[in-house]
Design a protein. Structure first.
Length: 279
């Protein structure tokens, strides 16, 4: 019964939005966008707090949000960690342990609507709007992003000058916004009318077309050194995303895995990250 409800609820949303689009396409598109951006989980859980509490740092007020940061001090270069959708800074706990052992200075933060940060919604332009002031504040040499966090890092590097950053690592990150939107459209069963209205809404709100938002395009001008991880069997972000990004990123390396999943917390991944930072 629960599984059936999980499948039915998106279709009910879609039915309502398709009806609304017949009367008011713009209002339907606005509602669809904020359904798409609503974060339903990712707050700090009790078992995660024990690891994060000693490192709780400054709360930054950025773009109308209160953003929680965490700091693990070290005498080497600063690494900034950017988590993915419906996650929080705890997702890095295994990598943080490795980075601490190697002596790095580590900064992590909870995205809007995640962890101890404020908000209800998250989308990549907002995530980048949060990320850039943190880069300017902490001057990290290395950025590591998982999933949507990696997509945000690449978008932000395309949009802003980040002279302090020398190396970028992405883990299981999507590339093409239109693929994400197609999945959302199919999940809800959205029709052509609202699809077009949603594309117009995004163009008006952000100044770009859905198909123009592409990590594989953004990296064509990226001069930083990059390392990309992606698992062939990833069911969350398509494997071909990182393949395409690597093909267009002149200074990147690509590590393909099989059977490590989307999260990729394994020691073999974390050890390769440390080796890349040290190289």
């Amino acid at each position: 019964m629960k599984k059936l409800l999980i499948k039915l609820i998106p279709k009910l949303y879609g039915f309502f939005l398709n009806l609304l689009a017949l009367i008011n396409p713009k209002k339907a598109a606005t509602k669809a966008f904020y359904i798409f951006c609503t974060v339903r989980k990712g707050r700090i859980l009790p078992h995660q707090l024990a690891f994060l509490k000693p490192a709780i740092g400054t709360k930054h007020e950025i773009a109308g949000h209160s953003i929680q940061t965490y700091h693990w001090s070290g005498n080497k270069e600063t690494v900034l960690l950017i988590h993915g959708w419906e996650s929080n800074s705890w997702r890095w706990h295994k990598l943080i342990t490795k980075l601490q052992e190697a002596g790095y200075n580590i900064i992590a933060f909870d995205a809007p609507a995640h962890g101890y940060s404020s908000g209800k919604y998250l989308y990549v332009p907002l995530y980048a709007e949060i990320l850039q002031p943190l880069i300017e504040n902490y001057s990290p040499k290395y950025l590591i992003g998982h999933s949507v966090g990696g997509m945000t890092v690449i978008y932000n590097e395309h949009k802003n000058e980040t002279p302090s950053v020398e190396k970028i690592i992405t883990i299981g990150s999507p590339s093409e916004f239109h693929e994400i939107m197609t999945h959302f459209k199919n999940l809800l069963g959205l029709g052509t009318k609202i699809e077009k209205a949603l594309e117009n809404f995004i163009l008006e709100k952000f100044g770009f077309k859905v198909r123009d938002f592409s990590s594989s395009k953004f990296v064509q001008t990226n001069t930083k050194k990059g390392l990309l991880f992606h698992d062939r069997l990833d069911t969350i972000a398509p494997y071909h995303a990182s393949v395409q990004v690597h093909e267009n990123w002149k200074n990147s390396e690509f590590i393909s895995t099989e059977g490590l999943g989307h999260s990729m917390h394994q020691d073999e991944v974390n050890n390769q990250i440390i080796a890349f930072l040290k190289s």
